[in-house]
Ligand binder design. Structure first.
Ligand code: PAF
Length: 284
């Protein structure tokens, strides 16, 4: 049975006997609008833990644009139905006042070195909001394992580093990106695309796969990979490319030569919808 809970105290009470009995807890933090990518996270959490908690909270502190926060899909009823079907034990769906009580948030978690590139510059404060809310969820749930999608590679890197540097006793479980049959990475934002933009949206994954093939074919120059791939975006005037970068997989700083594991990542806009995606490559 899936129990929906909105209070921190209530959730803690419910989890006390679970932990007292030595059972493991798996946490899947989400902002709702659950799709097959989330289902994959939940499936793994279900398989690897005695108790599964899915959190559904559209975290205001990680939105850099108010219109994005207001327009973010909120589908709690459907989300709970998906969780029920997937055998989730607890859905934690607090409101903003529960997570950020009146009086303001004075303590924040920041991992600045990992947020200087990729999405960081265009989304000031975003990763600080993510790290802070995830730390709050870790403190509230005290899970053994927490599941995050590799689609949000920079978020995953920030959370891993936060856990390492602040000795948070949780294992971070990365989960492979789930894609639509045409390659588009699953995202809650995809449902905001018009039919026309949905077709163009595949340009990002196509560019990433093309770059990956070029690197696997032996090319090591970032400039040459970019020169081969960027025209794919320029074919579509409706695309606003925010970045298409190749960075060191660990430090997330740009490289000139692909001589170590790298993350090839991109962000682009179609209308008011921002899409991100990435591939990881370890050249041999
Ligand atoms: O990836 C997300 O959905 C969010 O950034 C997260 C991790 C749930 C924090 O709000």
């Amino acid at each position: 049975m899936t129990v929906v809970i909105s209070s921190i105290t209530d959730l803690r009470q419910r989890l006390l006997p679970v932990r007292r009995d030595g059972k493991t807890v798996g946490l899947v933090p989400t902002m709702g609008a659950l799709h097959l990518g989330h289902r994959r996270l939940i499936e793994l959490a279900r398989r690897e833990n005695d108790t599964v908690v899915v959190t559904v909270f559209v975290n205001p502190t990680q939105f850099d644009r108010n219109a994005d926060l207001q327009g973010y899909p909120r589908t709690l009823e459907d989300d709970v139905a998906i969780c029920r079907e997937a055998g989730v034990d607890f859905v934690f769906a607090p409101d903003s006042a529960e997570m950020y009580p009146p009086g303001g948030q004075l303590a924040w978690v920041d991992v600045p070195a990992l947020t200087e590139h990729l999405c960081g510059p265009a989304r000031p404060g975003h990763f600080r909001g993510v790290a802070t809310v995830v730390m709050k969820l870790f403190q509230i749930v005290q899970a053994d394992r927490a599941y995050f999608g590799e689609k949000d590679a920079q978020q995953l890197a920030v959370i891993r580093r936060m856990v390492r540097d602040l000795n948070v006793p949780v294992e971070i479980a990365p989960v492979q990106t789930v894609r639509e049959p045409d390659g588009l990475a699953m995202s809650s934002r995809n449902r905001r695309l018009t039919a026309e933009d949905r077709k163009t949206a595949t340009t990002l994954s196509q560019a990433l796969f093309t770059a990956e093939a070029i690197v696997r074919g032996g090319e090591r120059s970032v400039d040459r990979v970019q020169a081969a791939v960027l025209p794919l975006f320029h074919r579509h005037p409706q695309i606003r490319l925010e970045y298409f970068s190749i960075v060191d997989a660990e430090t997330l700083t740009p490289v000139e030569t692909i001589d170590r594991p790298v993350l090839i990542a991109g962000a682009m806009w179609l209308g008011a919808t921002r899409l991100i995606d990435n591939v990881m490559i370890a050249p041999v």
